[in-house]
Design a protein around this ligand. Structure first.
Ligand SMILES: [Zn+2]
Length: 314
């Protein structure tokens, strides 16, 4: 069965290729293939059995990333290759499928000279427009492909580095709307470690702290997939240890002593976002419940409880 997209001929050839973007279809193979083919939504689609389908020519634009930004450049479709993987953003994939993704990524990396930390998940680059919940442009519009940021999964894909931080959050171009996602992409949340084995600390290192400059427009890509992959690059250096932060407040008394005030209690009618606004997930906003104190950036949105007190500075 062929799923080459009927949209293929009308798509422009990309001027450059700087990223490989991994997605999860969140649907079974047949419906996933029909959808991405009809709409020309990726370059490749990899099924659970490890079959790789070519959907859109890899040097043309596929519409896979939607509203997206990386290093201040909007519309990631214009400079990336998109791979849809049949499966879910938070569920383990069969070994045969991961092996197929690994081989495909390896070929594309060699072909377009893409380093490991430029193999990202859709959730790294997607962003949301301001809405009722977030009055600012925000990262966290979706968790698509999230598992591919986890060290244990990246090891299965033969990748040693991942992005060290979000360049658009750091530059203030976007706010964060999903603290949990952020911990998966950049922190140490790895829910697949039990399935694929825990990683030695240095196995997946963060990329160098300085983001790569945008590559100049490249020569037209070679048509045939390289037979021999380029030798694996040496692992990136380990990131320097973060400087010690001031001790976090541990109690309501600590918060009061630091000039925080209780802004109210979370209820069904009055969610955290209503109380704290865009700062609901800021590290400077704190939540207290029973005797726990949780900073906003460590709060899993799925675990905001009724009765939590929201503390902010005056
Ligand atoms: Zn996606």
């Amino acid at each position: 069965m062929r799923y080459r997209s009927p949209r293929n001929p009308e798509r422009r050839v990309r001027a450059s290729t700087r990223l490989i973007v991994l997605h999860t279809t969140e649907a079974p193979a047949r419906s996933s293939l029909n959808k991405v083919s009809d709409r020309g939504e990726c370059h490749y689609c990899v099924t659970e059995s490890g079959q790789v389908y070519a959907i859109v020519d890899r040097d043309r634009e596929a519409f896979h990333a939607g509203r997206s930004m990386w290093q201040g450049v909007e519309d990631v479709d214009k400079f990336s290759v998109g791979i849809e993987c049949v499966g879910h953003h938070d569920k383990a994939m069969p070994a045969v499928q991961l092996a197929a993704i690994r081989d495909l990524v390896r070929e594309l990396k060699a072909m377009y000279h893409i380093p490991d930390h430029c193999v990202v998940c859709h959730s790294h680059v997607a962003y949301g427009a301001p809405n009722k919940w977030h009055k600012f442009k925000h990262r966290g519009r979706k968790r698509c492909g999230m598992l591919f940021a986890m060290p244990s999964v990246r090891r299965q894909l033969g990748l040693t580095a991942r992005p060290a931080y979000d360049p658009d959050l750091r530059a203030g171009r976007l706010g964060s709307a999903d603290a949990y996602l952020r911990r998966v992409l950049y922190g140490n949340v790895d829910t697949m470690a039990a399935t694929y084995g825990g990683a030695p600390r240095a196995a997946v290192s963060a990329a160098p702290r300085t983001p790569a400059k945008p590559a100049p427009a490249q020569k037209p890509p070679v048509r045939a997939v390289a037979k021999k992959p380029a030798p694996a690059a040496a692992p990136a250096p380990r990131p320097a240890a973060a400087p010690a932060a001031a001790p976090a407040p541990r109690s309501v008394a600590d918060l009061k002593a630091r000039g925080y005030v209780d802004r109210g209690t979370v209820t069904k009618e009055r969610p955290a976002i209503k109380i704290a606004g865009g700062a609901w997930n800021s590290p400077q906003t704190y939540y207290t419940i029973r005797d726990k104190v949780i900073p906003g950036n460590r709060l899993d949105p799925a675990h905001i409880e009724k009765g939590m007190h929201v503390w902010m500075r005056k």
